[in-house]
Ligand binder design. Structure first.
Ligand code: PLP
Length: 390
Protein backbone atom coordinates (compact mmCIF):
# COMPACT_ATOMS: atom_id res chain seq x y z
CA UNK A 1 0.00 0.00 0.00
CA UNK A 2 1.35 3.42 -0.89
CA UNK A 3 2.38 5.49 2.10
CA UNK A 4 0.05 8.43 2.66
CA UNK A 5 1.87 11.62 1.72
CA UNK A 6 1.68 14.05 4.60
CA UNK A 7 2.11 17.76 4.48
CA UNK A 8 5.42 18.99 5.68
CA UNK A 9 6.48 22.40 6.90
CA UNK A 10 10.05 22.74 5.70
CA UNK A 11 11.92 25.29 7.80
CA UNK A 12 15.45 24.20 6.95
CA UNK A 13 16.02 26.32 3.85
CA UNK A 14 19.44 27.47 4.98
CA UNK A 15 20.60 23.84 4.85
CA UNK A 16 19.17 23.45 1.38
CA UNK A 17 16.16 24.45 -0.69
CA UNK A 18 13.65 22.65 -2.86
CA UNK A 19 14.65 22.90 -6.53
CA UNK A 20 12.21 25.03 -8.52
CA UNK A 21 10.26 22.82 -10.98
CA UNK A 22 11.39 25.08 -13.88
CA UNK A 23 15.02 24.62 -12.82
CA UNK A 24 14.62 20.84 -12.53
CA UNK A 25 12.99 20.73 -15.99
CA UNK A 26 15.89 22.69 -17.47
CA UNK A 27 18.40 20.30 -15.87
CA UNK A 28 16.46 17.34 -17.22
CA UNK A 29 16.51 18.82 -20.72
CA UNK A 30 20.27 19.41 -20.47
CA UNK A 31 20.77 15.78 -19.50
CA UNK A 32 18.46 14.08 -21.97
CA UNK A 33 17.75 16.31 -24.95
CA UNK A 34 20.49 18.94 -25.35
CA UNK A 35 23.26 16.96 -23.73
CA UNK A 36 26.32 17.99 -25.76
CA UNK A 37 29.66 19.15 -24.36
CA UNK A 38 29.90 22.96 -24.47
CA UNK A 39 33.46 22.62 -25.79
CA UNK A 40 32.33 20.58 -28.84
CA UNK A 41 32.33 22.41 -32.13
CA UNK A 42 29.21 20.79 -33.59
CA UNK A 43 25.70 22.19 -33.42
CA UNK A 44 24.68 20.56 -30.16
CA UNK A 45 27.90 21.68 -28.46
CA UNK A 46 27.27 25.25 -29.56
CA UNK A 47 23.66 25.06 -28.40
CA UNK A 48 24.84 23.92 -24.96
CA UNK A 49 27.49 26.63 -24.82
CA UNK A 50 24.70 29.16 -25.40
CA UNK A 51 22.76 27.67 -22.49
CA UNK A 52 25.79 28.03 -20.23
CA UNK A 53 26.25 31.65 -21.35
CA UNK A 54 22.58 32.37 -20.66
CA UNK A 55 22.97 30.93 -17.16
CA UNK A 56 26.06 33.07 -16.59
CA UNK A 57 24.00 36.12 -17.52
CA UNK A 58 21.15 35.08 -15.20
CA UNK A 59 23.51 34.68 -12.25
CA UNK A 60 25.27 37.97 -13.10
CA UNK A 61 21.89 39.76 -13.14
CA UNK A 62 21.08 38.46 -9.67
CA UNK A 63 24.26 39.89 -8.16
CA UNK A 64 24.58 43.00 -10.34
CA UNK A 65 27.74 42.40 -12.35
CA UNK A 66 28.92 41.56 -15.87
CA UNK A 67 28.58 37.94 -16.93
CA UNK A 68 32.33 37.71 -17.70
CA UNK A 69 32.99 38.06 -13.96
CA UNK A 70 31.03 34.89 -13.06
CA UNK A 71 32.91 31.57 -12.89
CA UNK A 72 31.03 28.34 -12.26
CA UNK A 73 32.29 25.98 -9.55
CA UNK A 74 31.18 22.73 -7.92
CA UNK A 75 29.71 24.30 -4.75
CA UNK A 76 29.96 27.22 -2.35
CA UNK A 77 32.72 25.36 -0.51
CA UNK A 78 34.81 25.24 -3.68
CA UNK A 79 34.19 28.94 -4.33
CA UNK A 80 35.40 29.79 -0.84
CA UNK A 81 38.45 27.52 -1.08
CA UNK A 82 39.33 28.93 -4.47
CA UNK A 83 38.99 32.56 -3.41
CA UNK A 84 41.33 32.11 -0.44
CA UNK A 85 43.88 29.68 -1.89
CA UNK A 86 43.77 31.33 -5.31
CA UNK A 87 44.61 34.74 -3.87
CA UNK A 88 47.24 33.28 -1.51
CA UNK A 89 49.01 31.61 -4.44
CA UNK A 90 48.75 34.61 -6.74
CA UNK A 91 49.68 37.36 -4.31
CA UNK A 92 51.74 35.66 -1.57
CA UNK A 93 54.72 37.80 -2.51
CA UNK A 94 52.88 40.94 -1.30
CA UNK A 95 52.53 39.74 2.25
CA UNK A 96 51.29 36.79 4.30
CA UNK A 97 48.47 38.17 6.40
CA UNK A 98 44.71 37.59 6.09
CA UNK A 99 41.74 38.60 8.21
CA UNK A 100 38.47 36.76 8.72
CA UNK A 101 35.79 36.39 11.39
CA UNK A 102 35.03 33.79 14.05
CA UNK A 103 31.55 33.16 12.63
CA UNK A 104 32.51 32.05 9.13
CA UNK A 105 31.44 28.77 7.56
CA UNK A 106 33.91 25.87 7.98
CA UNK A 107 34.83 26.18 4.28
CA UNK A 108 36.48 29.50 5.20
CA UNK A 109 37.77 28.63 8.68
CA UNK A 110 39.31 25.31 7.64
CA UNK A 111 40.92 26.88 4.57
CA UNK A 112 42.34 29.62 6.76
CA UNK A 113 43.76 26.92 9.07
CA UNK A 114 45.36 25.29 6.03
CA UNK A 115 46.93 28.58 5.02
CA UNK A 116 48.11 29.11 8.58
CA UNK A 117 49.99 25.82 8.34
CA UNK A 118 51.58 27.17 5.18
CA UNK A 119 52.93 30.14 7.11
CA UNK A 120 50.14 32.68 6.74
CA UNK A 121 49.16 34.79 9.72
CA UNK A 122 45.40 34.89 10.22
CA UNK A 123 43.46 37.35 12.39
CA UNK A 124 40.05 36.13 13.56
CA UNK A 125 37.56 38.83 14.56
CA UNK A 126 34.74 38.07 17.03
CA UNK A 127 31.11 39.14 16.71
CA UNK A 128 29.15 41.18 19.22
CA UNK A 129 26.40 39.57 21.31
CA UNK A 130 23.95 39.90 18.42
CA UNK A 131 26.21 38.02 16.00
CA UNK A 132 27.32 41.08 14.04
CA UNK A 133 31.05 41.61 13.52
CA UNK A 134 31.83 45.32 14.07
CA UNK A 135 33.31 46.86 10.91
CA UNK A 136 35.89 48.90 12.88
CA UNK A 137 37.27 45.75 14.56
CA UNK A 138 38.06 44.29 11.12
CA UNK A 139 39.42 47.49 9.58
CA UNK A 140 41.64 48.10 12.60
CA UNK A 141 43.55 44.88 11.85
CA UNK A 142 44.41 45.78 8.24
CA UNK A 143 48.18 46.17 7.77
CA UNK A 144 50.45 46.97 4.83
CA UNK A 145 51.00 43.21 4.32
CA UNK A 146 47.30 42.21 4.53
CA UNK A 147 46.56 40.39 1.30
CA UNK A 148 42.91 39.47 1.86
CA UNK A 149 39.94 40.08 4.14
CA UNK A 150 37.15 37.49 4.00
CA UNK A 151 33.75 38.03 5.60
CA UNK A 152 30.34 36.48 5.11
CA UNK A 153 27.35 38.65 4.14
CA UNK A 154 24.71 36.76 6.12
CA UNK A 155 25.51 34.27 8.85
CA UNK A 156 24.13 30.79 8.19
CA UNK A 157 23.13 30.10 11.80
CA UNK A 158 21.70 33.39 13.01
CA UNK A 159 20.93 35.36 9.83
CA UNK A 160 22.98 38.30 11.15
CA UNK A 161 23.72 40.63 8.24
CA UNK A 162 27.36 41.71 8.36
CA UNK A 163 28.49 45.27 7.52
CA UNK A 164 30.24 44.23 4.30
CA UNK A 165 29.98 47.59 2.56
CA UNK A 166 31.53 49.45 5.51
CA UNK A 167 34.23 46.80 5.87
CA UNK A 168 35.03 46.82 2.14
CA UNK A 169 35.28 50.62 2.06
CA UNK A 170 37.34 50.79 5.24
CA UNK A 171 39.73 48.04 4.14
CA UNK A 172 40.30 49.65 0.73
CA UNK A 173 40.87 53.04 2.34
CA UNK A 174 43.49 51.67 4.70
CA UNK A 175 45.18 49.42 2.13
CA UNK A 176 43.97 49.72 -1.48
CA UNK A 177 45.92 46.57 -2.37
CA UNK A 178 44.02 44.32 0.07
CA UNK A 179 41.43 42.10 -1.62
CA UNK A 180 37.96 41.73 -0.14
CA UNK A 181 36.16 38.38 -0.40
CA UNK A 182 32.54 37.95 0.64
CA UNK A 183 30.92 34.56 1.31
CA UNK A 184 27.49 35.31 -0.09
CA UNK A 185 26.12 31.77 0.06
CA UNK A 186 23.29 32.64 2.50
CA UNK A 187 22.79 36.14 1.14
CA UNK A 188 22.49 35.87 -2.62
CA UNK A 189 18.83 35.97 -3.67
CA UNK A 190 17.79 36.95 -0.12
CA UNK A 191 19.26 40.44 0.18
CA UNK A 192 20.03 42.73 -2.79
CA UNK A 193 23.54 42.80 -4.27
CA UNK A 194 24.88 45.38 -6.68
CA UNK A 195 28.44 44.18 -7.16
CA UNK A 196 29.20 46.84 -9.73
CA UNK A 197 29.04 49.46 -7.00
CA UNK A 198 30.26 47.50 -3.98
CA UNK A 199 33.89 47.35 -2.80
CA UNK A 200 33.96 43.56 -3.26
CA UNK A 201 36.61 41.68 -5.28
CA UNK A 202 35.29 38.15 -4.85
CA UNK A 203 31.83 36.78 -4.01
CA UNK A 204 30.90 33.13 -3.43
CA UNK A 205 27.45 31.69 -4.17
CA UNK A 206 25.84 28.25 -4.17
CA UNK A 207 23.08 26.78 -6.36
CA UNK A 208 21.25 24.71 -3.76
CA UNK A 209 20.61 27.66 -1.45
CA UNK A 210 18.63 29.46 -4.16
CA UNK A 211 16.37 26.59 -5.33
CA UNK A 212 18.91 25.29 -7.81
CA UNK A 213 20.55 21.85 -7.53
CA UNK A 214 23.31 20.71 -5.23
CA UNK A 215 26.83 20.42 -6.63
CA UNK A 216 27.02 23.75 -8.43
CA UNK A 217 28.18 27.16 -7.30
CA UNK A 218 29.84 30.27 -8.59
CA UNK A 219 32.55 32.76 -7.79
CA UNK A 220 32.39 36.39 -8.87
CA UNK A 221 35.88 37.66 -9.65
CA UNK A 222 36.22 41.40 -10.21
CA UNK A 223 38.08 42.56 -13.29
CA UNK A 224 41.85 42.61 -12.84
CA UNK A 225 41.93 40.16 -9.92
CA UNK A 226 44.27 37.22 -10.66
CA UNK A 227 43.42 33.87 -9.11
CA UNK A 228 45.55 30.74 -9.37
CA UNK A 229 43.13 27.93 -10.36
CA UNK A 230 42.37 25.04 -8.05
CA UNK A 231 41.78 22.73 -11.02
CA UNK A 232 44.10 22.61 -14.01
CA UNK A 233 43.31 20.76 -17.19
CA UNK A 234 41.36 21.43 -20.37
CA UNK A 235 41.05 25.17 -19.81
CA UNK A 236 37.28 25.55 -19.30
CA UNK A 237 35.97 28.74 -17.66
CA UNK A 238 38.61 30.90 -19.35
CA UNK A 239 41.27 28.50 -18.01
CA UNK A 240 40.30 29.42 -14.45
CA UNK A 241 38.40 26.24 -13.62
CA UNK A 242 39.13 23.20 -15.75
CA UNK A 243 36.78 20.24 -15.94
CA UNK A 244 33.80 19.65 -18.22
CA UNK A 245 31.09 21.97 -17.00
CA UNK A 246 28.21 20.61 -14.90
CA UNK A 247 25.80 21.82 -17.56
CA UNK A 248 22.54 20.53 -15.99
CA UNK A 249 23.49 22.11 -12.68
CA UNK A 250 24.61 25.38 -14.25
CA UNK A 251 21.52 25.74 -16.42
CA UNK A 252 19.23 24.98 -13.50
CA UNK A 253 21.08 27.41 -11.24
CA UNK A 254 20.63 30.09 -13.93
CA UNK A 255 16.86 29.55 -14.05
CA UNK A 256 16.73 29.53 -10.26
CA UNK A 257 18.75 32.77 -10.08
CA UNK A 258 16.31 34.51 -12.40
CA UNK A 259 13.26 33.34 -10.47
CA UNK A 260 14.61 34.12 -7.01
CA UNK A 261 15.69 37.55 -8.28
CA UNK A 262 12.01 38.33 -9.00
CA UNK A 263 10.94 37.07 -5.58
CA UNK A 264 13.63 39.20 -3.97
CA UNK A 265 12.23 42.34 -5.57
CA UNK A 266 8.60 41.52 -4.89
CA UNK A 267 8.53 39.67 -1.57
CA UNK A 268 11.50 40.79 0.50
CA UNK A 269 9.43 43.27 2.54
CA UNK A 270 6.62 40.86 3.24
CA UNK A 271 9.11 38.15 4.32
CA UNK A 272 10.65 40.53 6.85
CA UNK A 273 7.14 41.05 8.22
CA UNK A 274 6.56 37.29 8.42
CA UNK A 275 9.85 36.86 10.31
CA UNK A 276 8.88 39.58 12.80
CA UNK A 277 5.49 37.93 13.33
CA UNK A 278 7.11 34.55 14.02
CA UNK A 279 9.52 36.03 16.57
CA UNK A 280 6.64 37.85 18.27
CA UNK A 281 4.64 34.60 18.41
CA UNK A 282 7.57 32.67 19.92
CA UNK A 283 8.10 35.31 22.59
CA UNK A 284 4.38 35.40 23.27
CA UNK A 285 3.97 31.61 23.63
CA UNK A 286 7.29 30.96 25.39
CA UNK A 287 8.17 34.20 27.19
CA UNK A 288 11.53 32.92 28.45
CA UNK A 289 12.77 31.82 25.04
CA UNK A 290 15.83 33.69 23.82
CA UNK A 291 16.16 34.91 20.24
CA UNK A 292 19.81 34.53 19.20
CA UNK A 293 19.35 36.43 15.93
CA UNK A 294 19.31 40.21 15.60
CA UNK A 295 15.82 41.65 16.07
CA UNK A 296 16.46 44.82 14.09
CA UNK A 297 17.25 45.35 10.41
CA UNK A 298 20.54 43.48 10.80
CA UNK A 299 18.56 40.22 10.98
CA UNK A 300 18.06 38.75 7.50
CA UNK A 301 14.51 37.54 6.88
CA UNK A 302 15.33 33.87 6.13
CA UNK A 303 16.74 32.90 9.54
CA UNK A 304 15.57 32.89 13.15
CA UNK A 305 17.75 31.21 15.75
CA UNK A 306 16.18 30.69 19.18
CA UNK A 307 16.89 28.87 22.44
CA UNK A 308 14.23 27.27 24.63
CA UNK A 309 15.93 26.73 28.01
CA UNK A 310 15.37 23.26 29.44
CA UNK A 311 14.52 21.74 26.05
CA UNK A 312 17.56 20.24 24.31
CA UNK A 313 17.78 21.14 20.61
CA UNK A 314 17.50 17.52 19.39
CA UNK A 315 14.43 16.89 21.55
CA UNK A 316 12.56 19.85 20.08
CA UNK A 317 13.71 18.90 16.59
CA UNK A 318 12.39 15.35 16.92
CA UNK A 319 9.08 16.40 18.48
CA UNK A 320 8.47 18.84 15.64
CA UNK A 321 9.46 16.24 13.08
CA UNK A 322 6.57 14.10 14.36
CA UNK A 323 4.30 16.87 13.10
CA UNK A 324 6.11 17.14 9.77
CA UNK A 325 7.93 20.33 10.80
CA UNK A 326 11.60 20.24 9.76
CA UNK A 327 14.05 22.52 11.52
CA UNK A 328 17.76 22.41 12.31
CA UNK A 329 19.69 22.07 15.55
CA UNK A 330 22.56 24.32 14.52
CA UNK A 331 24.07 24.59 11.06
CA UNK A 332 23.70 21.63 8.68
CA UNK A 333 27.41 20.86 8.72
CA UNK A 334 27.72 20.74 12.48
CA UNK A 335 24.25 19.33 13.17
CA UNK A 336 25.56 15.76 13.39
CA UNK A 337 28.63 16.62 15.41
CA UNK A 338 28.05 16.57 19.13
CA UNK A 339 29.41 19.99 19.87
CA UNK A 340 28.00 23.40 20.52
CA UNK A 341 27.76 25.81 17.64
CA UNK A 342 31.05 27.76 17.32
CA UNK A 343 29.04 30.71 15.99
CA UNK A 344 26.76 30.92 19.03
CA UNK A 345 29.72 30.21 21.30
CA UNK A 346 31.56 33.15 19.74
CA UNK A 347 28.44 35.24 20.43
CA UNK A 348 28.95 34.44 24.13
CA UNK A 349 25.84 32.32 24.79
CA UNK A 350 25.63 30.43 28.10
CA UNK A 351 25.63 26.59 28.02
CA UNK A 352 21.90 26.32 28.65
CA UNK A 353 21.18 28.48 25.61
CA UNK A 354 23.77 26.69 23.47
CA UNK A 355 22.28 23.27 24.20
CA UNK A 356 18.75 24.39 23.39
CA UNK A 357 19.39 26.47 20.25
CA UNK A 358 17.52 25.68 17.07
CA UNK A 359 17.38 27.34 13.68
CA UNK A 360 14.26 28.02 11.64
CA UNK A 361 15.03 29.01 8.08
CA UNK A 362 12.51 30.23 5.56
CA UNK A 363 12.04 30.50 1.81
CA UNK A 364 9.82 32.87 -0.14
CA UNK A 365 7.19 30.09 -0.01
CA UNK A 366 7.03 30.04 3.80
CA UNK A 367 3.58 31.12 4.96
CA UNK A 368 2.21 32.90 8.01
CA UNK A 369 -0.10 29.94 8.65
CA UNK A 370 2.78 27.45 8.68
CA UNK A 371 4.70 29.60 11.15
CA UNK A 372 1.70 30.15 13.42
CA UNK A 373 1.17 26.38 13.58
CA UNK A 374 4.89 25.89 14.29
CA UNK A 375 4.91 28.45 17.10
CA UNK A 376 1.85 26.81 18.69
CA UNK A 377 3.40 23.37 18.52
CA UNK A 378 6.63 24.66 20.04
CA UNK A 379 4.70 26.09 22.97
CA UNK A 380 3.06 22.68 23.58
CA UNK A 381 6.34 20.76 23.25
CA UNK A 382 8.20 23.11 25.56
CA UNK A 383 5.50 22.77 28.19
CA UNK A 384 5.46 18.99 27.86
CA UNK A 385 9.23 18.54 27.99
CA UNK A 386 9.57 20.89 30.93
CA UNK A 387 6.87 18.99 32.80
CA UNK A 388 9.12 15.88 32.74
CA UNK A 389 11.62 17.72 34.87
CA UNK A 390 10.78 17.74 38.55
N1 PLP B 1 29.10 29.36 3.13
C1 PLP B 1 28.00 29.42 3.89
C2 PLP B 1 27.72 30.68 4.66
C3 PLP B 1 27.13 28.34 3.96
O1 PLP B 1 26.03 28.42 4.73
C4 PLP B 1 27.43 27.17 3.21
C5 PLP B 1 26.56 25.98 3.30
O2 PLP B 1 25.78 25.81 4.20
C6 PLP B 1 28.58 27.17 2.41
C7 PLP B 1 29.39 28.27 2.40
C8 PLP B 1 28.95 25.97 1.60
O3 PLP B 1 28.14 25.85 0.45
P1 PLP B 1 27.99 24.45 -0.30
O4 PLP B 1 27.03 23.64 0.49
O5 PLP B 1 27.46 24.80 -1.66
O6 PLP B 1 29.33 23.85 -0.37
Amino acid sequence: MAEKKRNIIYLDNSATTQVYPEAAAAAMEAMTAIYGNPSSLHGMGIQVEKLVTAARQQVAMLVGCKKEAIFFTGCGTESNNWALKGIADAYGARGRHMITTAIEHPSILETMKYLQQKGWEIDLISPDEYGVVPAEAVIEKVRPDTVLVSMMAVNNETGAIQPIEAVGNGVKKKNPQTFFHVDGVQAVGKIPFELNRLPIDLLSGSGHKIHGPKGVGFLYVAKGVRLVPLLSGGGQEQSFRSGTENVPGIVAMGIAAEKIGKDLKEKQGQMAEIRRGFIAALLDYVPDCVINSPLDETGAWPIVNASFPGVPSEVLLHYLEEDGIYISAGSACSARKKQYSPVLTAQGLADELLSSAVRFSFSYETTVEALSFTAERIAQVVQEVRSFRI
